[in-house]
Write a protein that binds this ligand. Structure first.
Ligand SMILES: Nc1ncnc2c1ncn2[C@@H]1O[C@H](COP(=O)(O)OP(=O)(O)OP(=O)(O)O)[C@@H](O)[C@H]1O
Ligand SMILES: O=C(O)c1ccc[n+]([C@@H]2O[C@H](COP(=O)([O-])O)[C@@H](O)[C@H]2O)c1
Length: 199
């Protein structure tokens, strides 16, 4: 896949997006600009085996679509939701490599998520499919396994201090999400009464 004879460069931001928040969009923008990408795909996990998600896959997919609806360069992919079973990045990257033949993939991941990379399925093979862009979310120095190191790019960004956990806790505490998630995502959460478990 080429744009004007150049190899297409596609960023892949995998996540639980429970809910999508402005930090996700900011990190995608930072990597899009910093690495001169052509596009960023946001890929909500169908069954994130490593987390206890609250909203359903369909709700998380809908919220990511809303968050990106005005964006020219970012879009959502349902590959991880369409595939049955636990979500593994090796499968995400295999599927996207087939869908975007010849494109160069950049898997974007925060330093805290990358810290667990050695627990990911077939992690030694991930570098065959994508360059890993590890962003300085918490400013920690990630340990890079030797087998992956040729495929890992550490990128300093000014991450927004926002997490999905913080958003969910604010809802439980009856606090506003203004400035933390896009307005249309806040409206969806309100309309569907999401994350109110203890309220
Ligand atoms: N504010 C942020 N700045 C930089 N990276 C982020 C930020 N928020 C999330 N990310 C990264 O985006 C990816 C998807 O994150 P995820 O959907 O799990 O959100 P989260 O805020 O980390 O969720 P939770 O609080 O529920 O653990 C991960 O690689 C994560 O590190
Ligand atoms: O492949 C795995 O085993 C694996 C284990 C943990 C996380 N991941 C992926 O890492 C991405 C970020 O996860 P998270 O926890 O921040 O939502 C998301 O795309 C997950 O599917 C993948």
């Amino acid at each position: 896949m080429t744009v004007d004879g150049q190899e297409t460069r596609i960023g892949v931001l995998g996540g639980t997006f429970d809910p999508p928040q402005n930090g996700h969009i900011a990190v995608a923008e930072a990597v899009f600009e910093g690495l001169h990408l052509d596009h960023v795909l946001f890929v909500p996990a169908g069954d994130p085996w490593h987390k206890d998600e609250e909203a359903t896959p369909a709700e998380r997919l809908a919220m990511v679509s809303l968050a990106l609806e005005d964006s020219q360069h970012f879009s959502v992919s349902s590959v991880d939701i369409d595939r049955p079973g636990p979500t593994y990045t090796i499968d995400t990257l295999r599927d996207l490599s087939k869908l975007y033949l010849g494109a160069k993939l950049f898997f974007i991941v925060g330093d805290e998520a990358f810290a667990g990379i050695q627990t990911w399925k077939n992690y030694e093979e991930l570098g065959e499919f994508a360059t890993f862009v590890v962003v300085s979310r918490h400013g920690t120095q990630p340990e890079v396994p030797a087998k992956l190191s040729p495929s890992v790019n550490l990128l300093e960004i000014s991450a927004l201090p926002i997490s999905s956990t913080q958003c969910r806790e604010r809802i439980v505490n009856g606090q506003s999400l203004e400035g933390l998630v896009p307005d249309n995502v806040a409206e969806f959460i309100e309309e569907h009464q999401l994350y109110r478990r203890n309220a």
